[in-house]
Design a protein around this ligand. Structure first.
Ligand code: GTQ
Length: 328
């Protein structure tokens, strides 16, 4: 069989097609920001950004072993550092990225000429195929969490990048401060002018937080959660990855349905406990937790309110037609 270039299916059948639910390779993990920050700052001392191109520590899935370049099957996560005055050169690549800003002020990403300021808790998109570079006008380090659908592109043998000089910046605020300042309002569109595929590439945290707060006042027993959407289409903001913001009221316990997605929770604010398939994790501000497919997750906040951003691959799974939720 080996010589003929074939292999029997039957010994592998149940690995490929397990009964009733998939087998997760991903192992849930809690990355404490307090552990990552000193390592990242040390990398900042040792590794010039010109040499690194992107100065990033990748959050490696323990289920895939040391040095793994992914956090879950579909989600790559990296903690990126930019020091005052530094720039990370322009490039574009097939995978899409989003950044959640973790620490610092004065950083920004330029996507196709649009300057997107980075403030803590903001989500900034760099969709696949779009030129982007990063820069920093502040006086302290800036740190953000990169989330990319990179593992899919690597698996598909579709991952590559092109490089270019830094981009010129348009001298106006980004679309979240101009065209899409208020929910439910957008500029009129003429039939001859097609809308941009990614009309809004920055989601300011201040507004997300206000919206969650307002919901929380009237939510009763419901979970206080908002999906990030493309303001023109109401669809997910990127082709494969989706984002949601979750507020836990003081002492609140949230038990989501079992979902077919792999996921990541990033803590913007607050402290609490996560139980993931029976494993207890204590989380605090700026920590990150990975969640394998169909996990039993229970989240609870300590005495004060908490805010988390959830990153997941539901948009991809819906395109493939298999997204599913199962009751606890
Ligand atoms: O900032 O463009 O963490 O291209 C990995 C690949 C960040 C980026 C990463 C990238 C970037």
């Amino acid at each position: 069989m080996n010589a003929a270039g074939v292999a029997p299916l039957w010994p592998m059948m149940r690995n490929l097609l397990p009964h009733k639910r998939p087998i997760a390779t991903t192992k849930s993990h809690h990355w404490a920001f307090a552990d990552l920050r000193p390592l990242l700052l040390r990398a900042g001392q040792l590794t010039p950004v010109e040499k690194a191109e992107r100065r990033v520590l990748v959050l490696s899935d323990p289920g895939r072993g040391v040095g793994s370049m992914q956090a879950t099957a579909s989600i790559y996560l990296g903690m990126q550092l930019l020091l005052p005055g530094e720039t990370a050169p322009a490039h574009r690549h097939t995978p899409s990225a989003a950044r959640v800003i973790v620490e610092g002020e004065g950083g920004f990403t330029i996507v196709e000429g649009e300057k997107l300021p980075m403030q803590e808790g903001d989500i900034v998109l760099t969709p696949g195929g779009r030129w982007h570079d990063h820069a920093h006008e502040g006086d302290k380090p800036v740190i953000w969490l990169d989330a990319l659908d990179l593992p899919l592109f690597v698996y598909l043998e579709g991952s590559y990048a092109e490089e270019a000089p830094l981009q010129a910046r348009r001298n106006r605020p980004d679309a979240s401060e101009v065209e899409y300042l208020a929910a439910g309002l957008r500029p009129p569109r003429s039939p001859s002018a097609p809308t941009a595929q990614y009309p809004m590439m920055r989601f300011p945290w201040r507004r997300t937080r206000e919206a969650l707060h307002a919901m929380a006042k009237h939510a009763g027993a419901e979970t206080v959660e908002l999906d990030y959407v493309n303001p023109e289409t109401g669809q997910a903001v990127l082709p494969a990855l989706g984002f949601a913001a979750l507020m836990l009221r003081p002492g609140e316990v949230v038990r989501p349905a079992l979902r077919s997605t792999s996921e990541v929770y990033h803590v913007v604010h607050g402290k609490g406990v996560a139980m993931v398939n029976g494993e207890r994790m204590r989380w605090g501000p700026k920590d990150t937790i990975s969640i394998p497919v169909f996990s039993e997750v229970t989240l609870s906040a300590d005495g004060e309110e908490a805010f988390l951003i959830r990153i997941h691959d539901r948009p991809l799974q819906e395109k493939l037609g298999y997204y599913e939720e199962r009751p606890r």
